[in-house]
Design a protein around this ligand. Structure first.
Ligand code: MF3
Ligand code: CO
Length: 260
């Protein structure tokens, strides 16, 4: 069941989305060779707490951390660790903040130092596909229109779309209906309308779309160990318009020239 939000709910959603966006900006300052992913997790957790929020991933279904860490071939749901980032790595950071009972969810994939131009192309295409999905997410359209826009954009450029994981509705819970897949047919699925909040989060692979879940039960990586990229925004629909509620502006501020 899709829970529609009132204008008051939307204000709370916006506050949660602002906090998760600012959290990502704080973390972005630290992305460089040598930093451990555990350090990034601590920065995020403390920032969220200092600002009255709750790290919603921590403890969710037993997930042990504030941030999902996605280095190179990790697709989603990796754990922070004492691994130090290396020049040439990519790292997706995905997190959810709960504030006053509502959740904001976003993800950004960063380059660590100089990276292979082919991998940079994967990052740029994945990010662009998120915005293609957002363009398709207008009121009156259907969830399948988003899915098809993302899939078409990525596959035309030679990349593959992870199918096992999807975007999702969001609100008082991190995951609500509807599911928002990154592949599928236009014109199918729920109609997008005022009061809806949902996340679009393409997970795009350089090689095959196949994934493997590691023995920890969470870490999802590409089967062929080629890189995977992931970007996510939380969206809200009101006044017959779709609004991007999270922002990459703080990340841009932190990265300067390095922002893609
Ligand atoms: N954006 C991720 C998702 O929607 C956040 C996962 S948090 C976790 O799946 F706790 F489930 F890891
Ligand atoms: Co999400």
């Amino acid at each position: 069941m899709i829970y529609l939000k009132t204008p008051e709910d939307m204000k709370q959603m916006q506050a949660a989305c602002d906090l998760v966006s600012r959290t990502m900006g704080e973390v972005a300052r630290w992305i460089e060779p040598g930093v451990t992913t555990l350090k990034l997790d601590t920065i995020a957790r403390e920032f969220i707490h200092d600002n009255g929020g709750r790290p919603a991933c921590l403890g969710y279904g037993g997930f042990p951390a504030t941030l999902c860490i996605e280095v190179n071939e990790t697709v989603v749901h990796g754990f922070p660790s004492n691994y130090s980032l290396r020049e040439g790595d990519i790292i997706g950071i995905d997190t959810v903040v709960e504030l006053n009972g509502f959740n904001g969810d976003m993800c950004y994939t960063y380059a660590v130092g100089e990276i292979d131009p082919e991998i940079m192309k994967l990052l740029v295409t994945t990010k662009e596909s998120l915005y293609k999905g957002i363009e398709a997410a207008q009121p009156g359209k259907r969830i399948g229109d988003i899915a098809n826009a993302v899939q078409t954009y990525c596959e035309r450029r030679g990349y593959s779309v992870v199918r096992e994981m999807c975007g999702h509705g969001i609100g008082r819970k991190m995951h609500e209906d509807p599911e928002v897949p990154n592949y599928g047919r236009r014109g199918i699925g729920p109609v997008i309308k005022n009061g809806m909040c949902f996340c679009i989060e393409p997970m795009i692979n350089m090689g095959s779309r196949n994934i493997v879940i590691e023995r920890d039960g969470w870490t999802c990586r590409t089967k062929d160990r080629k890189p995977s990229a992931h970007f996510e925004h939380t969206l809200g629909v009101w006044d017959d318009e779709t609004h991007i509620m999270t922002t990459f502006d703080y990340i841009q501020e932190a990265l300067g020239e390095r922002f893609i």
